[in-house]
Ligand binder design. Structure first.
Ligand SMILES: *Cc1c(COP(=O)(O)O)cnc(C)c1O
Length: 456
């Protein structure tokens, strides 16, 4: 048993290392042949057992060629971080441990490492040190978790216990969002019973930032959702101003900072997020800019009690201790210990390594923007962070250039519509991207854009 586990894991490591080593030599998008071969997985449920080696061989043989090389250095689609080596290694170790992070007694290491990771996250993001941190699957569920606390707190203020009595008959909550709030936030609002259509949408400026001066007069239970990092432009809402106005009316301010919140960890960019620490809750992704493996998000709540009260859980057999019990702060009870990779990423980068990673990515975005402008493309956004939104002519030409970029395979970027214009979106979010990667990608984009335009 032990010997065969050792062999299996050694072989797994070997296959994974080969995958990693060849990532930057292969096309970013898988070949159509590799995708077609996935049909080999479409077999009936096997009646009899198969050896773990054969299962692994199938996974690697059929699966690896059909992956998108998003863990590599020239993937600029969506907002996608890679996996830092230390975070990947920690993820494997955590897989071997197979700890349930629900209660301290189930895994002292999982609880402890989350305690530490939590403290470091607050420190490096420069948020109030006594806040609660909840380890979530991603920014969607981190927004959900933080807003569970917000919903609880604003209703508790008017004497309503939503955890016990629900929303039926509850005083209404006014929800204010920017016109450019992320699509997932609207799903979260509907999951929370707060509706995604009855929200007040505040107009935004040309970078998609909420115009704080156009916020309505607020009164009664109110939650204002601000955004740090527009998924297209990278624009950050004027959070200090929003907080001042909202707090004057007793409202709760939540910040969706899925990637943009990390600007607060980079001294040369933190002017963008100035005053973000005045909010009441924040959500961010660790699988985006912190570069830990999927899935990993963080909900942060200034007043830990509001999160605990919203998520309260009692049963005779559950441990009641004075220490922080991880499951007091997450919607899930049994779950993997996501703090492990967060800890490993921060332990390996340190404060300066994280700041360098963020700053480097932002500078690469500027390189892309400058290079594309020089080649005659139009950059639609102010490139303040890691996002570039670019057009190559009219919508049809831009779409064709984007398809050609993806087919060329040197790098990958995706489509978007920004302020009514069909555009290509480039997001530089990986620790692995280097200056030569940017030069090589830029050259490929400019080359295919010329080809497309000369045939047009
Ligand atoms: C990516 C993103 C989300 C959703 O994050 P997931 O990790 O996909 O759940 C929410 N808000 C913003 C601003 C984002 O960029």
């Amino acid at each position: 048993m032990t010997a065969s586990i050792r062999n299996l894991l050694t072989q797994t490591a070997d296959r994974a290392a080969t995958y990693f080593e060849t990532l930057d030599q292969r096309r970013v998008a898988p070949t159509p042949d590799a995708v077609a071969r996935l049909d080999e997985l479409d077999e009936p449920l096997p009646e009899a057992p198969t050896s773990a080696y054969d299962v692994l061989a199938m996974l690697d043989g059929i699966g690896s060629p059909a992956t998108v090389a998003s863990a590599g250095n020239r993937y600029f689609g969506f907002v996608t971080g890679g996996s830092l080596p230390a975070a990947l290694a920690a993820n494997w170790m955590a897989g071997a441990w197979d700890q349930n992070a629900a209660f301290r007694v189930q895994s002292p290491i999982a609880a402890k490492i989350e305690d530490v990771a939590m403290r470091w996250v607050l420190d490096v993001l420069r948020l109030p040190g006594t806040s609660a941190v909840s380890f979530a699957t991603g920014a969607t569920m981190a927004n959900f978790t933080a807003l569970v606390a917000a919903r609880h707190a604003v209703l508790a203020q008017v004497g309503w216990d939503v955890a016990s009595d629900g929303l039926f008959g509850a005083p209404p909550i006014t929800v204010v969002v920017g016109e450019e709030a992320h699509s997932t936030l609207f799903r979260v609002l509907s999951l929370l019973g707060m509706g995604n259509q009855r929200v007040i949408r505040v107009p935004v400026d040309e970078q998609g930032r909420m115009r704080a001066e156009m916020m309505p007069e607020l009164s009664g239970p109110t939650i204002v959702c601000a955004q740090a990092g527009n998924v297209n432009s990278g624009g950050v809402d004027p959070i200090a101003d929003i907080c001042a106005r909202a707090h004057a009316a007793g409202a709760w301010v939540h910040v969706d900072g899925a990637f943009g919140l990390w600007a607060n960890a980079a001294p040369a960019r933190s002017h963008l997020t100035a005053g973000v620490d005045a909010a009441d809750s924040w959500a961010t992704d660790a699988h985006k800019w912190l570069n830990v493996p999927y899935d990993s998000g963080l909900a942060i709540v200034r007043d830990p009690q509001s999160l605990r009260a919203a998520l309260r859980l009692t049963a005779a057999y559950l441990p009641q201790t004075d220490s922080r019990e991880p499951s007091q702060f997450t919607p899930e009870v049994s779950r993997r210990a996501r703090g492990i990779e967060v800890w490993a990423a921060l332990r390996s980068l340190g404060r300066s390594g994280l700041a360098d990673l963020i700053e480097r990515n932002c500078q690469f975005a500027t390189m892309f923007a400058d290079g594309l402008r020089a080649a005659g493309a139009t950059v639609l956004n102010d490139v303040v962070l890691n996002q570039v939104v670019v057009t190559f002519g009219d919508a049809e030409t831009t779409r064709r250039v984007m398809t050609a970029i993806q087919q060329d395979g040197t790098c990958w970027c995706g489509p978007t519509i920004w302020r009514g214009q069909t555009a290509v979106r480039i997001s530089v979010s990986s620790w692995a991207t280097t200056e030569p990667d940017v030069e090589q990608s830029l050259a490929a984009i400019v080359r295919v854009a010329r080809e497309v335009r000369s045939y047009a």
